[in-house]
Design a protein around this ligand. Sequence first.
Ligand SMILES: [Zn+2]
Length: 457
Amino acid sequence: MRSLLVKNAHTIVTCDDFDSVFTNADLYAEDGVIVHVGATRTHAIPQDADTVIDATDQIIYPGLVNAHHHMCQTFTRNLPQMQNLELFHWLTSLYEYWENLDAEVMYYASLVAMGELIKSGCTTCFDHNYAFPCGGKGFLEAEFNAASQLGERVALARGSMSLSRKNGGLPPESLVQTTEEILEDSRRCVEQFHDPSRFSMRQVVIAPCAPFNVTADLMKESAALARSLNVRLHTHLAETIDEERYALEHVGMRPLAYMKSLGWLGEDVWFAHGIHFNDDELDLLADTGTGVVHCPISNMKLSSGIARITEMIQLGIPVGLGVDGSSSNDGSNLLEEMRVGYLLHRLKESDHAPTGYDMLRIATRGGAKVLGRNDIGRLEAGCAADFFMIDMKRIETVGALADPMALLATVGYRGAVDRTVVAGTTIMEHGRLCGIDEEEVAHKANDCWRRFLKKHE
Ligand SMILES: [Zn+2]
């Protein structure tokens, strides 16, 4: 048994069912699972453990859950020619780069993306890779390796594209596979990597890319396979008006009606973006328990629009937060995402907008919910000991303690958090990742990135 005691915290924001906030509090965990959390004097918390962390002057938050990413895009970020494009043009320009993805690129891009996420308090990450050139040999293996080296909890997509340009889709022939190839490899990935148990560190999601690059047949078959293997389903939906036009033109339906016709609604499904839903479609999402992951920075960068998050929360639609791919962000910082999302909705909706604490709930419990998990996203007995800490002695937080629940979205927090813990183990401390030599990885990753870009010349 491995025990952890975090003692004398200034504040613990739990995001539990009662929105409990404890001051002068302790957290005690055994084997990565919280046993007690609460005020120091009122709980019978053991005062010793294998690992003891002094949390004096620290605020503790539940680890953030990133519910949508494309980590490989870290190697195609900040390309000057991509900076002023909207989704369809942006995608068709980037496909030419993604044709050259390989397992080494996936590994280093994942290390870099998750490294930045961990520094911004993210303890669980879902990655949606859908580009598998030449079958994408070793891609999921590389991503899982990077995650276990860093200590991050992950869910990884076996994504896919099957509708190429010549058949009316967007991607080139080099990036699509047949339905049979995709389903066979999807099954292999689930059987090889997916751990369904509580506190699982690695899960697999079946995630065709989007209606404009996946055939109806693959969408239907993917849903059937996911349900037979008891894993979750994910895709991009209602991201742009271009997509809406495409769906009306090609299948004669709006995107959500099309997904409904393919069996893609339910509590085991969540969509990325979900910007262009009308009132009836929001009701349908609520009635079926279908989730949405909000990616405000990407939506602003690609001029896609503003998702109706306020209404989604009011209707009880499960909503998570995601940074989306590093090429439309152009980074992997979930704390920044929270603040930008908060400000975006303030601008749009004034006093109806989500509060700072609402944004924290979306980024923690909301993300856990869309990933189908009730063991992460909150700090309470029986949940994973996944959390991060912020030192209140920093001048950036002076005068901001009036509302610790809202602080991360209202005031914001720039730079690395002070400690990130996953399953009771510290994976980032004093701004440095524990699992890797950052200078060495940065050097090797930049070499790999140069080689990758050279292939495109
Ligand atoms: Zn995306």
